[in-house]
Design a protein around this ligand. Structure first.
Ligand code: ADP
Ligand code: MG
Length: 390
């Protein structure tokens, strides 16, 4: 890209939602959402369908009015400002290009609306198309482009006027997996190039992990936790967040006090985790698959490590290693991941010991969590595919 045709780097705006609530006649779509999005940040709103992500995005855009609470952008109250005066670009799941216009005319449309002079318009359109790697495609019609290319045109149209905020609502939801992954990298690069504040909505946790500076996890209209991908993965503050992001194994039991650590009674065994919860309360320990080791029952366990008897129920080949599903005596299924150069040698059907270090388990309250059924002997882990709705 030459210097003359590059977009002027936009100054990202600071977005602040304070105690935002949106009620409909028979439901509460968004309940007391407070969130600060820093200038130039890539923030993803992640959560299952119906959790309030689109409503929150539409409140920022101005398409939906909040019932109560405040929205400020760069310190200015937005309540009475219509969408077209908010300096916001938007990309939707369905590209919504004008079919009768060329690609260049589509991208020029917002510039015309803003009365940018014709000569300058041509330069800006070319720069925006270069930014999404569609330089030279200006004369085509949308129907002459693939779905992925059409979505890149929509992205060019949203960034062409250098808005300080770009909102995207599941923009890759209609594309197949391979294309989605390549466009994720494009969007990440475009974000770094244009400098606007990006707010991105998805229900796909892998997509959120790839793209975001920070992620706000939504459930039932409320934000459960806000943090970087690694903060949410390593230090989830609730079972919902632990189980929604990445793969995890959950061991449930009751808290018993034991010195500085908290002890959990699981069947006839006791396991430990850092952190404390009230004695006797229902609790869970969440462990990531890479921290669970599966070993033959004959192998002694290191002192201090947590160990539970189990049986291997599934071996899954991953190329880079393998994943094992093991079942505890009560039916709880745990996942362990083994690297190709550190395979344990246990097979499906083997009686084994699952082992993990106490500081690799996250102790969480299990009393108010509604994401799992009441105690039963047959729990299966939620897989990534189920969480993504695929
Ligand atoms: P998400 O984008 O996370 O899937 P939404 O923000 O679209 O969720 O919806 C959140 C909740 O608000 C849902 O229960 C939905 O049915 C409800 N809702 C959204 N828009 C309306 C509306 N216009 N009228 C009534 N209920 C709505
Ligand atoms: Mg939505």
């Amino acid at each position: 890209m030459s210097a003359e045709t590059s977009l002027i780097k936009a100054r990202g705006a600071r977005i602040e939602l304070a105690q935002v609530r949106k009620e409909y006649a028979d439901s509460v779509a968004v309940d007391d959402v407070s969130l600060v999005i820093e200038p130039g940040e890539f923030m993803t709103l992640l959560g299952p369908s119906g959790s309030g992500k689109t409503t929150t995005l539409n409140i920022i855009a101005g398409f939906t009015a909040a019932t109560s609470g405040t929205l400020t952008i760069d310190g200015t109250q937005m309540q009475n400002l219509p969408p077209h005066r908010r300096d916001i670009g938007m990309v939707f799941q369905h590209y919504a290009l004008f079919p009768h216009m060329t690609v260049a005319e589509n991208v020029a449309f917002p510039l015309k609306q803003r009365k940018v002079p014709r000569a300058r318009r041509a330069e800006m359109v070319e720069a925006a198309l270069e930014t999404v790697r569609l330089g030279g495609y200006g004369h085509r019609r949308p129907r002459e482009l693939s779905g992925g290319q059409q979505q890149r045109v929509a992205l060019a149209r949203a960034v062409v006027y250098e808005p300080s905020v770009l909102l995207m609502d599941e923009p890759l939801g209609a594309l197949d997996k391979k294309l989605r992954e390549s466009l994720q990298l494009e969007i990440k690069r475009v974000h770094q190039e244009v400098g606007s504040t990006f707010v991105f909505v998805t229900h796909d946790q892998e997509e959120a992990l790839v793209l975001s500076d920070r992620i706000a996890v939504f459930n039932d209209g409320a934000i459960q936790q806000v943090g970087t991908a690694s903060e949410l993965y390593e230090k989830p503050q609730s079972l919902f967040v632990a189980e929604f992001l990445g793969e995890s194994s959950t061991v449930r039991g009751r808290v018993e006090p034991d010195g500085d650590d908290s002890c959990l009674r699981v069947g006839d065994r006791t396991v430990r985790a850092a952190g404390r919860l009230a004695e006797g309360s229902a609790a869970a320990i969440v462990v990531r698959p890479e921290h669970l080791r599966v070993q033959p029952v004959t192998q002694p366990t290191a002192p201090g490590a947590n160990a539970l008897p189990a049986r291997v129920t599934q071996e899954i080949y991953l190329g880079s290693g393998r994943k094992l599903e093991v079942a505890l005596p009560d039916g709880t299924v745990l996942l362990a991941r083994e690297q190709a150069d550190r395979l344990s040698g246990v097979r499906r059907g083997d009686e084994v010991t699952v082992v993990w270090d106490a500081d690799r388990g996250v102790l969480l309250d299990d009393s108010s969590c509604s994401t799992h059924p009441p105690a039963s002997g047959d729990r299966t882990p939620v897989t990534t595919a189920e969480k993504s709705g695929r």
